[in-house]
Structure formats: C-alpha cells, structure tokens
Design a binder for this molecule. Structure first.
Ligand code: NOJ
Length: 734
C-alpha cells in the first residue's frame, strides 16, 4: 500500500477498530486448530473484539497460523491481516547458544549470520516479529535473565544488539525471509535490586544513559521495528507509563518511529505498582500507558476503554491515530496487505529448519561461545598424555542442550556429550558415569519445581561409584553446573554456586584424582571458587542444538577455545555487583580502604574479557601514532602480539580507554574496541585500532554527550585484568 492508501484506511476506521489494532490477545483465545474459541479461559472477549485485534503471540504451527490468519482477514471489518509475534529468541528449530554465551564470541558477523538463520526459519514457519534482542545490561548474576543479556559492557551490547537486528531484518522487512526485531526490555530491567526478577530499579539518569541505554540504542540505530517496555519501575515510575523514557528519549532524542509494545499483561500489572487498581482503574491505566507512548498492549485488554476516555475528553484521539498508524505501517512494511502469509509454507520450513548450513553456523557460534577459564599444565585438550579418561557428572547425558531458556518450539533435543564423544571417538575405552543428580536435597527442599533433578536415594551410591572410577583413571572430565530451567525469567538465585550435591561429587573425586577438568554448564556467571583447584575449567554455557559437537571438538583439540567473558564471575556472592568498568575510589590502602576486611578481595574470580586459548601469547606495549590529536583527526593505537606457543589461535584483542580528566567521575577502564585476530603458532601480528573524538564522549555534568579536552589513557590487552598504571596516555586538544 502507498502511504496515502494507508492513511485512507486509518481514516475509514472507527475508534473501536483502531483500538483493536492496539491489542494483542494471547494465543489462548484460539483452540489448537487455530479456531477462534470466542472467550479465553480467563477473560471474556467477544469474537468481534478478537477479530478487531491487531496481533497475537506465541501461536505455533503453520496450519494453525494459516487458519487463524484466513479467519481473521475474512472477519476483520477492513480485512486487515494479523501480525504473528513470538519469543523466537535463540532460534526456531536450529537452536543457538544462550545470548550470554555467544556474546563471549565477540563475533558480530557470525551473530548476524545466526540471526539471519533465526529469521529464515521463523519466517518460513509463519512469524513476523520476534521479541528479541533483549539487551538489558546486567551487573548482577543472581538475576535469572542474565542468560538473555550480552553482559556488563554497554559498548559490546550495542554492537551485538545491532548485529542481531541486522540479521533478523536482513535487507528489509519487505523481503519475505526477514522478521521484525523487538528490542527489549526498555529500560533498565537488568538493574533489578538484589537480582530479583521484576524488582524495583534505582538508576540515576547518568548511569541509565551511560551504561544501560546504549545496548538498546544499538538496535534502534540498526533500524529495529519494535521496542518492548519493561516490567520494572525506575525511581518509582513503571516503564509502561514512563513518558520520559518512551516519548522523550526513544522517540524524541533518538528520533525513532517504530512500534512500542508492553510486556505481557503489563498494563494490568500496573496494579502491582499501585498505579491505579484493577477494579476501578483499568481505564486510567490504559490512559497513562497510551500517553506515555505505548502503541500495543500485550495480553491485557484495557485499551478498549479508551473510546470512553476520548468521549470524556481525557485523551486526544490523535494519540490513538498515531499508534494505530504505526501498527498499520509495520504490517505494510512487512508486505502483509499484499501477502499475509509471506514466506510461510511447509515446503520452506522443511527445506530450512535445521538444514546443514544452519547447523554449521550454530556449531561455529557454539564453539566460539565457550570460554576456557583456566588450563593448568595444558590439561586441555585431551590427548594421549591424558591417559585413560572418565566422563562423569549429571550433564554427561544431557540431551536438552538449550537449557530451557526461551526455546518454545519443543525442538531442543540434541545429542548428549556421551553420545557425541562416542560417535567421534569410537573404540576408545572412555568411562561414562552419572556421578550424581543435578540437584540434591539442599536445593529442592523448598521447591517442588526442580524435584525431577534430585535423586537423594542414589546419592551415595552414585558418588561412591564415581570416586571408584576416578581412582582408576588418569583424567576425569566432570560435567557440572546449573540444571535446565535454573536460569531465565523468574529464576533468580541467591546462591550462585554449583549445586551442593555436585560440589560434593567434585570434592570427593578431586580428593582421589588431581587431573580433574570441569565443564561448566550454566546460564549465568557462577561463583566457581569451590572448584577452582580443578586443572582446567571450560565454561560451556548452554549452547543449543550443536552443543555436544562443539564441546567435543574443543576438548579433544579439533578446535581451540577463543571466547572471552562478557560478564565478571564473582569470587563470592557478597561482592555482587562486581563489574570491570567501575568508577575509581582513592581509598585503596588500609585502614581507610574500600576492600572487605574478611580477607576477600573485591576482584572477581574471572574478570570481563578473560578467556584462554590452547596457546600462549605475548603482548607488546601499546603504541600511539601520535600523542596528541584534535577532534577532526584520528590516531591509531597498535600493539604487537606474538603467539609463543605451538598451536594456532584466534585471539579477541581488546582496546580499553580511561578518561583522565572529566567533569564527572569516569570508569577506570572502558572497552572501546575489539577484534578477533587469527595468529599462527610462532607468528607475530600487529593489531591496530583507530581512536577518534567520538569514542571519548560521555554524559558530562550537564548531561551533555560530549568529550573533554585533556588526557586519556589506553591499552590494548587480552582482558580487562590489567593494572591502571599499564595504560599509556594520549591527549585530545581542543
Ligand atoms: C514476558 C517476558 O518478560 C518477555 O520477555 C516476553 O517477550 C513476553 N513475556 C512474551 O512472552
């Protein structure tokens, strides 16, 4: 449709029809064959109301989608097609690693390719929009949704968000193999106090803008078509009615004109924030949401009362028109008026879902996501020197390698480590044993939710068997971690250690065998201090479909690890929040110092940017092309890196800058650039970064985004774990 036709359509709609476009009923109002049931289980909607709605969510099945779309178009007064949206976060059928995992690859091109795959498989299966990327900055690993984040760095998050949006939206929404991206949860959702999901957030305007918003903005600048507001309140203002966030920043300052949707039931859940109550104030909640800039209400159906608000003169109809036009425009951008089924077909799905090309991309991204945290005596990779090997632990036979976080397609079965190791290395006399259950009485005591992972009855028998095996072999590979479902939405943890029963297994095995290698399966950074005397630790997260293939290749040395942490792993829970880009304090020496008195450092066990590979590297000094530059110039920082080991590697080289002279306190180190660089054994390479004035901007005392003249320090390093005095100065002249 032309813009004129679209405007004419809008003009021909009644207020009820326009408000209908702003409502997204949950799929439960359709039965399993996609036939409208009239009234949902918990809410009463008339068929007319449902046929006026603009979109639906998480409705799976090509036949169902086709049927629902056909019925809808037939019965909608203007024959406007529905938008099918859903949480296709890590893949439709080919499941990719958790986002926190693949953020460790720092591989923007590959992430973009992965999200092209997500788009193609989803479009073939009938979806138009995915509620992803979730780019909530996180500093607290107790929060279960760290699994969906790209970690603690705003610069990296903005780049990853852009790559995901570019992958999903490809060459434009008019191409039928794309889907729209919805950047969420706007804003600051990851700042939940105590790491408790949905909890309140207190962020100063500066911290919000400097650290929490850039991730989302990366996706906005890349052209994301939607934004979802978050459940939390910042400073007491829920995002759902936060005009400042949506109208001032997102639409005003950022000049973005896409569709804003609430999170599920968020309009009604304003009651939990006590912004009105659910009996008397449904209309009021709808009014403040619309006024704040919300276009679509997900789940709840309160916008229907806005027709009255308009009659009463409380709401300007223009706001409804604007919101409705944005929804219609999105449908038009997707080409739905001409082709409401786009790329969806059984044939396309058959051809694309889990095709070889997609699996290859998943395998590569899974391989690059793993992070080798330690590797004493080159315990990894496993070679002949490893002698006889036993694989022990509750995750050796794990076949749901998605970990459960946001895989809604019932399609997450894949080969267990046990099967894949045997497939690739047949005829080896490896020993496999369960060792223990995923959880013991300590964790399931109070929660029935995880009781399927507990097996107290066999606890002693399983552990003793493992100990006996460990005594007889040369090397033990222990597969330990968090059980599927221990991370994700509403899965906060106060104690982020590996579950106790597994720690018991670890200690008893470690007591009889020094050569223990731990593979950590996790959805969040864990406190690994209790297993830190293992010879090697490889963090394998939850990697999805190709998990076991990737892990097998890495541990046997067919591939080398290259991932670097994007979120610090604390030394103990009491340190949290612990993140690398902290502000300085001068209180560094006893007695008036900022350390803990009970003998624990404030440093994380494994910091941001840390990750080993199977070789050794030597970094030279950072050198600048010149020491002073002006805003219209750039300088380069470069470093020589020598691979001093005997294996080729890929190193993620990182540029950190410190602003030495600003109008507000600035972090000790901030990531400003990164590159994945292949370095052959024995080779020396020079790696260069450009530095320009724009990279030095920040929100100053007057909240202007500017740079100051004066001194900056920089270093090109292998991780964030360098001392401040290793950085070297350069100057911006103005
Ligand atoms: C709630 C979650 O917070 C959000 O991320 C998700 O997209 C919606 N539910 C829809 O499932």
């Amino acid at each position: 449709m032309t813009e004129k036709e679209l405007r004419a359509l809008l003009d021909s709609m009644t207020i009820e029809e326009k408000l209908g476009e702003l409502w997204q009923p949950q799929q439960l109002v359709y039965d399993k064959d996609g036939v409208l049931t009239g009234a949902a289980d918990t809410n009463t909607y008339t068929p007319e109301e449902i046929y006026r709605s603009g979109s639906t969510l998480n409705l799976f099945g090509i036949d169902r989608i086709r049927k629902v779309q056909e019925e809808h178009i037939k019965n909608n007064p203007h024959h406007i097609p529905l938008l099918f949206m859903g949480d296709i976060c890590r893949g439709f059928s080919t499941i990719f690693p958790i986002t926190l995992g693949y953020s460790c690859s720092f591989d923007l091109e590959l992430i973009k390719k992965a999200y092209r795959v997500v788009a193609k498989e989803s479009a073939a299966s009938g979806f138009h929009i995915t509620f992803y990327p979730a780019m909530d900055l996180v500093r607290d690993p107790r929060w279960g949704r760290v699994v969906e984040s790209a970690g603690e760095d705003p610069y990296l998050a903005s780049k990853i968000c852009a790559a995901m949006v570019e992958g999903l939206q490809g060459d434009g929404l008019d191409k039928p193999d794309t889907i729209g991206a919805c950047v969420k949860h706007f804003a600051g959702y990851g700042g939940a106090e105590g790491g408790r999901d949905y909890n309140t957030v207190e962020l100063s305007e500066r911290t919000l803008r400097q650290y929490y918003l850039p991730g989302y903005k990366g996706g906005i600048d890349a052209g994301a078509s939607m934004v979802m507001t978050s459940y939390n309140a910042i400073g007491g203002v829920p995002s759902n009615c936060n005009k400042h966030l949506v109208r001032d920043i997102l639409r005003g300052e950022w000049g973005w004109d896409g569709v804003v949707i609430t999170d599920l039931w968020a309009t009604s859940s304003m009651t939990s924030h006590r912004i009105g109550d659910d009996i008397n104030d449904e209309k009021y909640q709808a009014e403040v949401s619309l006024e704040a800039g919300i276009d679509i209400e997900m789940g709840s159906c309160q916008f229907r009362w806005l027709a009255d608000s308009i009659k009463e003169g409380k709401i300007d109809e223009k706001l409804v028109d604007e919101a409705c036009y944005r929804v219609l425009k999105l449908k038009n951008d997707l080409g739905l008026f001409e082709n409401p089924f786009r790329e969806m077909s059984e044939e396309n799905a058959e051809k694309l879902l889990k095709c070889d090309e997609h699996l290859d991309i998943a395998k590569k991204l899974s391989t690059e996501s793993c992070v080798l945290l330690k590797n004493e005596d080159n315990a990894l990779p496993l070679t002949e020197k490893s002698g006889k090997i036993a694989f022990i632990g509750p995750f050796v036979d794990l076949s749901t390698t998605s970990g459960g976080a946001w895989v809604l397609t019932n399609d997450d079965e894949s080969g267990s480590l046990h099967n894949v190791v045997n497939k690739h290395y047949p005829g080896n006399d490896f020993i496999f044993a369960k060792g223990c259950s995923g959880l013991g009485r300590e964790q399931v005591r109070e929660s029935k939710r995880f009781s399927q992972y507990s097996d107290e009855q066999n606890r002693e028998k399983d552990i003793s068997e493992a100990v006996n095996i460990a005594k007889k072999v040369d090397t033990v590979v222990l597969a330990l971690g968090e059980c599927p479902g221990m991370f994700g939405e509403a899965k906060s943890r106060a104690n982020i250690r590996i579950p106790d029963v597994q720690l018991e297994l670890y200690r008893r095995v470690r007591a009889v065998n020094e050569n223990v290698i731990v593979l950590v399966f996790n959805g969040r950074p864990l406190d690994l201090s209790e297993i830190n005397d293992a010879k090697a630790i490889l963090d394998v997260w939850y990697l999805g479909t190709m998990m076991s293939e990737a892990v097998t290749n890495l541990i046997f040395g067919k591939e080398s690890p290259s991932g670097k942490l994007t979120m610090s792993f604390p030394s103990f829970v009491g340190q949290i929040p612990v993140y690398y880009n902290k502000l300085p304090t001068d209180h560094r020496k006893e007695p008036y110092w900022s350390e803990y008195i009970d003998d624990s450092s404030s440093n994380p066990l494994y910091p941001f940017g840390h990750g080993l590979n199977y070789t050794t590297l030597k970094y030279g000094k950072t050198v600048f092309s010149k020491e002073r530059f002006t805003p219209d110039e750039t300088i380069t920082a470069s470093v020589e890196i020598t691979n001093t080991g005997d294996r080729d590697c890929c190193e993620i080289v990182q540029l950190y800058i410190r602003d030495f002279r600003a109008t507000v306190s600035r972090p000790i180190k901030e990531l400003k650039g990164f590159k994945r660089v292949d370095i052959k054994a024995g080779e020396t390479v020079t790696v260069q970064f450009e530095i320009n004035e724009e990279m030095l901007r920040y929100f100053n005392i007057d909240m202007e985004y500017v740079s100051d003249a004066g001194r900056f320090d920089a270093i090109i390093a292998t991780s964030s774990a360098f001392e401040e005095d290793e950085m070297l100065p350069f100057y911006l002249d103005k």
